[in-house]
Design a protein around this ligand. Structure first.
Ligand SMILES: Nc1ncnc2c1ncn2[C@@H]1O[C@H](COP(=O)(O)OP(=O)(O)OP(=O)(O)O)[C@@H](O)[C@H]1O
Length: 552
């Protein structure tokens, strides 16, 4: 086990020396994958499944198979610029398809395997997808709605044979491995991602050949801290933008090998075993993964190769970082970004992380907290997280929401792109997440961010996970309510409720304590594992009528 290192250039030096440097044309398959493929035997992908099967693929193999895939799709009539939806579990083929689509210049639209037939119909119709690639388990979902998806011309199935579908292996077997990559412009569409839908209906976020494929160079280099000898494991599902961040562009820009565990669900014990068994050097997980990992008996494990851990996607509770560090000697460095962006804030290895903070701006980004008028807020003052887009627009920012110019325009205020999150920046330049604009609770004149309260509750040993939302109150308008999942071995009781309330009053400012607590066995989450506070809030407020005498 190695220590996180903090040697090398300072934060100021890294920022001063950084320059986005992408040309007019960029194709990740040609400019990055084929570059690494020049080194024979250079490992790109290390795939394992629950049955203990292993597949290793070199950059050369990925390059070749992606050429075959591009040839095959072209032969089936799919052209540059057309949309290709891909819904696959963590099959090794997913990586070849992804690179093949970029090579062809088609626009890849990944989706998660948890989508229903109705979700698929919405996505195909909204994106006007021309091709659909999936597996045996998900093919029937598309078939159910196929009649309503007239834009689809090509259907490819992986690891199965099915009537009406082209088999992936057979198509590649007869396809040419000679394929000249489309000379795509940097500003040409490359990817279309659906957001997690934490707050509302998912948005179709368009990225160009530069904004994600090249833009994630900063994610891979500065935050994931990768180099050509690393083996990097990202726990996220293939359908979420985080897979592009940390299972494709981040690591492969840096020449690192990607470790993949093909499994239908996240199993904390298995995850720890694999970390022990394989020479995995860097780990990227969502906070929900880490919250589950720290409930295990971590003393039983040793991670000989692991040197660097990061988390993103949701706020990461300080208590989780503490427990993980005690057991492994490594901190989990929190990072912040969106489907719309590459990593824009992070605790980078070249400075001391602050637990509970999202860190500082990524090189190449001017990130600030701004007020309603777009003025930069004073230190410690809450405001909107904003990325400067004028006079210079950073490369790692999405192009638009597909077919929704009004929504795209609504994300800008003056010189800023607004992320929709609330935060404050301390005097030393660290950013602290308060909440999504809609999640902030207003009670008795106070503004309370759910994350702070959740983190305080989580410090109590009886708590495995919690979600904090506003709940109606005749007197105060709204109050803080915590939904709590108990750790194994604890029983729900009125006493425990009181104990948790008293506990929170002691670890954070007392006005934030949850006046209401409900013990639950599960929390509503998005397919990417994020807590859907919006759903809990809706439940709380449904049917509530304010008393006539209330002035609120
Ligand atoms: N390190 C972090 N700390 C706090 N919040 C984070 C962090 N990383 C990501 N987030 C949250 O996740 C959001 C980005 O997630 P994503 O792009 O998957 O879509 P979503 O906002 O969850 O879904 P939708 O927009 O459809 O509701 C951020 O805007 C922020 O709210």
């Amino acid at each position: 086990m190695a220590e996180d290192s903090q040697s090398g250039p300072t934060y100021e030096e890294v920022h001063r020396d950084f320059k986005w440097d992408v040309g007019e044309y960029f194709n990740f398959a040609r400019d990055v994958i084929d570059h690494w493929a020049e080194t024979p035997e250079k490992l790109a992908l290390w795939w394992v499944d629950d049955a203990g099967r292993e597949v290793k693929k070199t950059f050369r193999e990925i390059s070749e198979n992606s050429k075959r895939f591009a040839s095959a799709m072209q032969a089936m009539g799919i052209q540059r610029g057309e949309i290709m939806m891909v819904i696959l579990p963590r099959y090794a083929e997913w990586w070849e398809i992804f690179i093949g689509a970029l090579r062809l210049g088609a626009v890849i639209a990944p989706g998660t395997t948890q989508l229903t037939a109705k979700d698929i119909q919405f996505r195909v119709q909204a994106s006007q997808a021309a091709a659909f690639i999936t597996d045996e388990e998900n093919a029937p979902k598309l078939e159910e709605v196929l009649a309503d998806c007239p834009s689809l011309r090509v259907k490819v199935i992986v690891a199965a044979r099915r009537e009406g579908w082209v088999n992936y292996d057979e198509a590649l077997a007869v396809a040419s491995s000679e394929f000249e990559a489309a000379n795509t412009r940097s500003d040409e569409n490359a990817l279309m991602y659906f957001t997690s839908g934490t707050v509302g209906y998912p948005k179709m976020t368009v990225h160009t050949h530069a904004s994600y494929p090249y833009g994630h160079l900063v994610t891979g280099k500065y935050w994931l801290d990768l180099g050509p000898n690393d083996v990097h494991w990202n726990l996220s599902d293939t359908g979420w933008a985080k897979a592009a961040w940390s299972s494709i562009f981040g690591p492969w820009n840096m020449g690192a090998a990607i470790f993949v565990h093909h499994s239908s669900r996240f199993d904390p014990k298995k995850t720890l075993e694999l970390l022990q068994q394989y020479p995995i050097t860097t780990l990227c997980g969502a906070p929900t993964n880490y919250r589950m990992l720290v409930l295990e008996d971590l003393k039983q494990y040793k991670f000989p190769a692991l040197r660097h851990c990061v988390g993103a996607g949701e706020p990461l509770n300080p208590e989780v970082i503490k427990v993980w560090r005690e057991a492994t000697g490594l901190v989990i460095r929190d990072g912040y970004g969106q489907t719309e962006t590459v990593l824009v804030l992070g605790n980078f290895p070249y400075f001391e992380p602050r637990f509970g903070s999202m860190g500082k701006p990524t090189p190449g980004f001017d990130v600030q907290v701004v007020d309603r008028e777009g003025n930069i807020a004073a230190a410690d003052e809450e405001g909107d997280v904003a990325i400067r887009v004028k006079p210079v627009r950073p490369v790692g920012l999405f192009k638009e929401y597909f077919g929704d110019p009004e929504r795209t325009a609504s994300t800008y205020r003056g010189d800023w792109y607004l992320t929709g999150d609330r935060a404050y920046r301390d005097r030393d330049g660290y950013f602290w997440f308060v909440g999504r604009s809609d999640d902030v609770i207003l009670t008795s004149g106070y503004r309370i961010g759910p994350f702070e309260v959740e983190s305080a509750i989580l410090e109590h040993p009886a708590v495995a996970e919690s979600a904090v939302v506003s709940s109606p109150d005749d007197l105060r308008g709204e109050v803080v309510k915590a939904f709590v999942i108990l750790a194994p071995g604890y029983e729900a009781s009125e006493e425990l409720k009181k104990e948790l309330q008293e506990y929170v009053k002691h670890v954070t400012a007392p006005y934030k304590y949850p006046r209401k607590i409900e013990f639950v066995s599960a929390l509503p989450k998005t397919v990417s594992g994020k807590i859907r506070r919006v759903e809990l809030r809706r439940r709380e407020w449904e049917g509530y009528k304010r008393p006539a005498s209330s002035s609120q």
